[in-house]
Design a protein around this ligand. Structure first.
Ligand code: PLP
Length: 357
């Protein structure tokens, strides 16, 4: 099998060794002669997986005391709804920063709950930048941000300072760089971009921030339900959690977030330098706001698209076609993508420029 350079935007590349261990667990988990998929989630063996996954999150992100780690279902898209349910007061107010499709979807879900203030939006330029210099209303119940805009290739390089509770969708850049969890009342992130397979979503929740809305919250949407039951209120998505645990262990074994941040910076520098130097391409995102995870770029001359597509496909590159909302190309460089894969893409772009430039 020849190596594929997998730039998929999500679900996305996972470390080969993780996939191998994961596949073994489907046949014979922990030498039980049983599959991980056919044992109770309350068995000692699975309870240990959950505990290990939670402790790895704490360790890798330096999560302070007073926060709970949950692995739930429903994806980030259900998270959009859980946010107002758990954090917006009855007749309350919430502030949102609209930096892309996902940010906008999050904001939409809050609209039925109270007053939703869009503090700023980059929609005017198809979300190709991160708005700055906005004012966050000090009487809002929370401020919601999306730290990385997967579709448009922008990323918040600094977390805005904020006097009200801060909530972040970090689906596509969690574990890619250091963060200060104490700045946030809640962080949520679907697994399938940087942590594991689709099917589970990580919540990092400041315990003391909950239970203040005066709302009746449906049991499954109430974060307190899951905190009380240590993420085992109902059957958790065992396989996704197991593979996420393996990926976090892989990250720790290799040097943790500090190591991956350096590597992610190297990968992004390598590709963006080529995008800027190459006469046939241009980046679509504002340079200062470029994402280290998803690099978006287009051909200056669209009529060369077939030629470029043939060349990257011949180099065993997969998944760089851009999202339909941006067009062109999107190279997603999540944690498990090796630097060598970025070099292969850069070499193709250089060869393409020699041939057609
Ligand atoms: C992919 C993505 C989502 C949607 O996640 P689902 O798990 O499919 O609901 C939300 N936010 C961001 C930033 C994403 O990248």
């Amino acid at each position: 099998m020849s190596k594929v350079h997998n730039y998929s935007a999500g679900p996305c590349i996972l470390p080969q060794e993780v996939l191998k261990k994961a596949s073994e667990s489907v046949i014979n988990f922990n030498n039980l002669n049983l599959s991980l998929l056919e044992i109770s989630h309350r068995s000692k063996d699975f309870v240990e997986v959950m505990a290990k996954a939670q402790s790895l999150v704490k360790e890798l992100l330096n999560v302070p005391d007073g926060y709970s780690i949950l692995f739930l279902q429903g994806g980030a898209s259900l998270g959009f709804l859980k946010v107002p349910y758990n954090y917006m007061k009855v007749n309350g107010k919430a502030a949102y920063l609209n930096t892309g499709t996902w940010a906008n979807n999050a904001q939409k879900e809050a609209k039925g709950f109270g007053d939703v203030i869009e503090v700023a939006s980059s929609k005017d330029k198809n979300y190709n930048y991160i708005p700055k210099g906005y004012t966050i209303p000090s009487d809002a119940d929370y401020f919601h941000i999306t730290t990385n805009n997967t579709i448009f290739g922008t990323q918040l390089k600094e977390i805005p300072s904020c006097s009200i509770p801060l909530i972040a969708d970090m689906s596509s850049d969690i574990f890619s760089k250091k963060i200060d969890v104490s700045q946030f009342d809640m962080i949520y992130a679907g697994a399938q971009k940087n942590m594991g397979p689709a099917g589970t979503i990580l919540y990092i929740v400041k315990d003391s921030a909950l239970g203040k809305t005066g709302r009746t919250i449906p049991t499954m949407l109430d974060l307190q339900t899951h905190i009380k039951k240590e993420s085992m209120f109902n059957t958790p998505p065992v396989f996704s959690i197991y593979v996420s645990m393996l990926t976090l262990q892989w990250l720790k074994d290799n040097g943790g977030v500090e190591w991956i941040e350096k590597r992610n910076n190297q990968k992004a520098d390598l590709l963006y330098n080529e995008i800027d130097a190459n006469p046939l391409f241009e980046g679509t995102a504002n340079v200062a706001d470029r994402s280290n995870m998803n690099a978006t770029f287009v051909l200056k001359n669209e009529s060369l698209a077939d030629e470029f597509n043939n060349m990257w496909q011949a180099a065993n590159i997969s998944g760089i076609k851009g999202h339909r909302d941006v067009g062109g190309y999107r190279a997603s460089m999540y944690n498990a993508l090796p630097l060598e894969s970025v070099q292969v893409l850069v070499d193709v772009m250089k060869a393409f420029a020699v041939k057609f430039g």
